[in-house]
Design a protein around this ligand. Structure first.
Ligand code: ADP
Ligand code: MG
Length: 557
């Protein structure tokens, strides 16, 4: 935080030569008349750029402004009053302080505040108002860097930690660009998400920024898809569409949606969308987006070099932005490894955590398979915990209801498979438990990234047993890259931690065969099984006897 104070210390708000800087921007220059917008109130506004941490300070200013409003002052004037021109020096200093690594040809400078979007890009004031109303008062590092690139129509590869505000980094410029272009033009913005839950979440964020409904937006859920198929609505009506790949492709193939008009295409959680399960669908979408003016961007917290290679091959001179360390986890997350010996040890470890207060709800627990998620769910239910489970076998409705309950605090603990590992923003998750070791460094980063979001602190605990000696190496590596060495066994600290490509593939392909999750002792389980077998056999006998009787009667007739 001090870093940001130092950064802003020199920023004078008095009119001076530097304030009329033109940023030396690549394609768009500031008009000198706009540079005269600093007014008396602007002198109170500091150019603070400490993102999540100082939000309140500025919110207070907005509250003051709203009170002024009550005195019948026009709110637009207040926004005008907040405007000041950030200098090129400040922008450069900001880049240094957030330690972003930006490369590419002709890179635009970052924005230091959302107000910069008005002074530099003539952004719609309503959009700024919507941001402030939602308590988004200062851009996060990825927003500072990515928004200008998108507004300058650049293709973009953006890698920033989990929970660091990537969604707004692509939504703000998309909305702005679409507002700038002609209406009634068909779908112009397209956002692809690997899961339905994430698509819903992105759509909800989009709704917040489109409060005055100036754009028509849609999430291709079941209901909208049905309406489109039955021609109750036309896809041309929508300016922006959020969707998972398969649903969209089906509609494109049936010629219900034309993607030829799309100008902005965003792949969120792009490395997932570019992996072998999705790559064909992603390719289909790219082919359908045939507009020569198409601008593409990819966003994720984990972008491997092979994903980057694919991205580079489909992009035109992209800007590449890396915030933080590419292979590290979000630094707000405390990471811990717990050796449990065997499967039974994991249940004991959870129960220990209840006892010693380490199990602080809300908690998310990740397991490697649906069967194991269900089994742990029954075990924890038995412990009288308010818990539920989400996996691919539950219906969409059940999944949505469970997520809503978890968000509202009705549920304390959510058990899930990797289906919830990506993108989902639950505010205030205290703890993520990897009950089963994730199968890659990326999976680990995303799973634990459900905590420590939006500048909050969080904790992640990973259980491992003797079966996990290979898979745990990827986790240990991420921990080391994140600067965590406490709790790492000695053998995890040396070079031997590195896994070969072949080993990494094997771990991903073949999930570890684990013993069942159960606290029921073996003797009891055996007795239960015997009883079940007896009941089944007796049922079978009854059916056979009934069949024999009916045969006898037939013969008699
Ligand atoms: P990511 O996609 O990087 O994982 P999200 O976009 O889901 O992260 O954002 C994480 C959280 O931070 C969300 O709750 C979001 O509302 C909040 N957030 C995003 N940008 C800002 C901002 N500029 N100021 C305050 N909160 C923000
Ligand atoms: Mg995200």
């Amino acid at each position: 935080m001090d870093m940001f104070r130092i950064l802003t210390r020199g920023a004078s708000l008095k009119k001076c030569k530097e304030i009329t800087t033109d940023y030396a921007l690549p394609t768009q220059k500031q008009s000198s008349s706009e540079n005269k917008k600093e007014k008396s109130l602007a002198q109170q506004v500091e150019a603070e750029v400490d993102f999540f941490h100082q939000r309140q300070k500025k919110t207070v200013k907005m509250v003051e402004l709203q009170q002024d409003d009550e005195e019948n002052e026009d709110q637009e004037k207040h926004i005008d009053a907040l405007l000041r021109i950030t200098t090129e020096a400040e922008a450069i200093q900001l880049r240094k302080s957030i330690q972003s690594k930006v490369s590419g040809d002709d890179i635009p400078l970052p924005i230091c505040s959302f107000e910069d979007l008005i002074t530099r890009f003539k952004m719609d004031k309503q959009l700024l108002k919507n941001l402030i109303d939602n308590d988004f008062t200062e851009p996060t590092p990825i927003q500072s860097e990515a928004i200008p690139s998108c507004l300058y129509d650049r293709d973009l590869i953006a890698c920033a930690p989990t929970g660091s505000g990537k969604t707004l980094a692509f939504l703000i410029p998309m909305i702005q660009k679409i507002k700038e272009t002609k209406k009634n033009h068909g779908v112009r913005g397209l956002i692809i998400s690997p899961t339905k839950e994430l698509a819903v979440q992105i759509y909800n964020e989009l709704t917040k920024l489109n409060k005055n409904k100036s754009l028509q937006i849609a999430n291709l859920n079941k209901s909208i898809t049905g309406k489109l198929r039955n021609k109750i609505i036309s896809s041309k009506k929508f300016d922006i569409i959020v969707s998972t790949p398969l649903r969209l492709i089906e509609l494109v193939k049936s010629e219900i949606i034309d993607l030829g008009t799309v100008e902005q295409l965003v792949f969120d959680e792009a490395d997932k969308l570019f992996d072998s399960n999705f790559v064909e669908q992603t390719d289909n979408i790219l082919t359908a987006c045939s507009n020569p003016k198409l601008r593409k961007s990819i966003f994720s917290a984990t972008i491997t070099s092979s994903v980057e290679e694919i991205a580079q091959s489909i992009m035109d001179s992209p800007v590449r932005i890396i915030i933080g360390h590419k292979e590290a986890a979000n630094s707000n997350i405390e990471q811990k490894l717990v050796y449990c010996g065997n499967e039974h040890g994991k249940l004991l470890a959870i129960r220990d955590m209840f006892q010693n207060g380490e199990f602080k709800p809300p908690v998310i627990i990740f397991l490697q398979s649906i069967a194991r998620a269900k089994a742990l769910f029954h075990e924890l239910l038995y412990d009288k915990m308010t818990v539920d489970v989400i996996h691919a076998e539950r219906t969409q409705k059940q999944r949505e209801m469970t997520i809503d309950k978890f968000r509202s605090g009705e549920l304390w603990c959510l058990i899930c498979t990797d289906v919830l590992a990506r993108g989902i923003d639950f505010k205030g998750i205290n703890l993520v438990i990897n009950y089963d070791v994730p199968t890659s460094a990326q999976a680990y980063v995303h799973r634990i990234g459900r905590t420590g979001r939006g500048g909050r602190a969080g904790k992640a605990i990973t259980f491992y047993t003797k079966e996990d000696t290979m898979a745990i190496k990827s986790v240990a590596n991420v921990m080391k890259q994140s600067g965590v060495t406490d709790g790492l066994a000695e053998w995890m600290q040396g070079d031997m931690v590195k896994l070969s490509k072949r080993e990494k593939k094997e771990i991903k392909k073949k999930p570890i065969d684990r013993k069942n999750i159960s606290t029921v002792p073996g003797v009891v389980r055996k007795k239960r099984n015997n009883r079940k077998e007896m009941i089944d056999a007796s049922k079978k006998r009854k059916v056979m006897a009934a069949d024999a009787t009916s045969n006898d009667t037939t013969e008699e007739q």
